[in-house]
Design a protein around this ligand. Structure first.
Ligand SMILES: [Zn+2]
Length: 128
């Protein structure tokens, strides 16, 4: 959470970058990234982090957290990102919930990750 907040405070300084994600590998390395809001080709911060992790060859991601509002809130990854994360790192745990009472949830237990094709009632965060 500290790494994601630090990245958010440093890099989320424009309307194009509103979220920061940080992930810790099983070896303790931190991979971080911010989202890209663009009408033609945006990307969630989680996607940026998965790309960076693969690019850097850091191995297995163990824990991931996304923050918004320059680190003041935790953001639950969107359905597509949960699916992406579960497919790439089945053992990954997500830190979600209120920033003052965060929970650690295995990505495999998130409904959208288990069956992305199944419609869900849960609210989706549209701006990425
Ligand atoms: Zn997403």
């Amino acid at each position: 959470m500290q790494a994601a907040s630090a990245v958010a405070k440093l890099r989320c300084r424009s309307a194009a970058h509103t979220r920061a994600t940080a992930a810790r590998t099983t070896e303790g390395r931190i991979v971080s990234g911010v989202n890209i809001l663009h009408p033609a080709a945006g990307a969630c911060a989680e996607v940026v982090v998965v790309g960076a992790a693969v690019t850097q060859g850091v191995g297995e991601l163990e824990t991931i957290v996304t923050v918004g509002e320059r680190g003041r809130i935790l953001v639950t990854p969107c359905d597509a990102c949960r699916r992406l994360l579960a497919d790439h790192f089945p053992g990954l745990r997500m830190i979600i919930g209120p920033a003052d009472d965060p929970q650690v949830v295995p990505v495999a237990e998130m409904p959208a990750a288990i069956d992305a094709a199944k419609p869900t009632d849960e609210p989706e965060i549209r701006d990425r």
